[in-house]
Write a protein that binds this ligand. Structure first.
Ligand code: ADP
Ligand code: MG
Length: 270
């Protein structure tokens, strides 16, 4: 076999036969340029709802750029130009009428390096809710507790809620940042190499967590770690030089890739 991961996720839905209700995000002919350099080339993909989808590919292939198109994190930069559509809930988020603040609430993002705010664990969790105007202490406490339980961090930090978040370990900080994102109840969670700054044990904890998160969120994850993609994702997209070379269920992509370029990459012959 090309790949002999013992626990390849079996697809639960057929990517080719997704019904509109099963689609969370529809990317159509998406191209992106930085200062006239084309970084993404006519990307098209349907991201299934409540599934984990990985973006893999060599460094510089456009994974992070594509991920940030799902919440318009970079198109406001000068020199960045986007063509095509990203459709969420029937609206093209690149339409000029789009409310970007609302979009960011709908689509949460977590970065590679854990970046808790330099404040207490508790304040990290309720920060966004307070900005949203929620002042009721009980409501904030409940949201904080629920988010910590969702990332399996409650038991570890329940006695440290008012310690600085920066006193937590790297793995705990990353789970806290994920909890901070999900406390805002987004529909979609974007994770850009969420474990590459972490030790192996914390990495496994986060991977386990990702598997659970999909019951509540649509999860998109960028990883350069193919084993991780194979372990955590239902669907995998392989990018190369800004093009979407292959996109299918993870099992298929790793065991029977359709494209030679994919095969070369996953076997390390690339
Ligand atoms: P990956 O995440 O797959 O490593 P990126 O999406 O970060 O790749 O980058 C894809 C390409 O876009 C690279 O050539 C990179 O140099 C370029 N790029 C990314 N962000 C910017 C930016 N803000 N300005 C100019 N070029 C960028
Ligand atoms: Mg990247």
């Amino acid at each position: 076999p090309l790949f002999d991961y013992f626990s390849l996720v079996q697809p639960e839905v057929d990517l080719e036969a997704l019904s509109p209700e099963q689609i969370s995000v529809e990317v159509k002919e998406l191209s992106l340029y930085f200062d006239n350099n084309q970084v993404l080339e006519r990307i098209g993909m349907s991201v299934p709802k409540h599934q984990v989808t990985s973006l893999i590919g060599p460094s510089g292939s456009g994974k992070s750029t594509l991920l940030s198109c799902f919440n318009r994190l970079n198109d406001l930069e000068p020199g960045c130009k986007v063509e095509g559509e990203v459709i969420i809930d029937g609206r093209n988020i690149y339409d000029r009428r789009e409310d970007v603040a609302r979009l960011r609430r709908q689509v949460g993002m977590v970065f590679q390096k854990p970046n808790p705010f330099p404040m207490s664990v508790y304040e990290n969790l309720v920060y966004g809710l307070k900005i949203r105007g929620i002042k009721d202490r009980r409501q904030l406490d409940n949201a904080a507790e629920k988010a910590l339980k969702d990332v399996a961090l409650w038991d570890e930090v329940k006695d440290r809620l008012f310690d600085s978040a920066l006193t937590l370990s790297g793995g705990q900080q990353q789970r806290l940042v994920i909890a901070r994102a999900i406390a805002l109840e987004p529909e979609i969670l974007l994770l850009d190499e969420p474990t590459s700054a972490l030790d192996p044990i914390s990495t496994l904890t986060i991977e386990e967590l990702i598997n659970q998160l999909k019951s509540k969120f649509t999860v998109l994850i960028v990883t350069h770690n193919m084993q991780q993609a194979a372990r955590v994702s239902d669907f995998t997209a392989f990018l190369h030089e800004g093009r979407l070379v292959e996109y299918s269920d993870t099992n298929r992509l790793f065991t029977r890739p359709r494209q030679e370029q994919t095969e070369e990459y996953i076997t390390g012959r690339y």
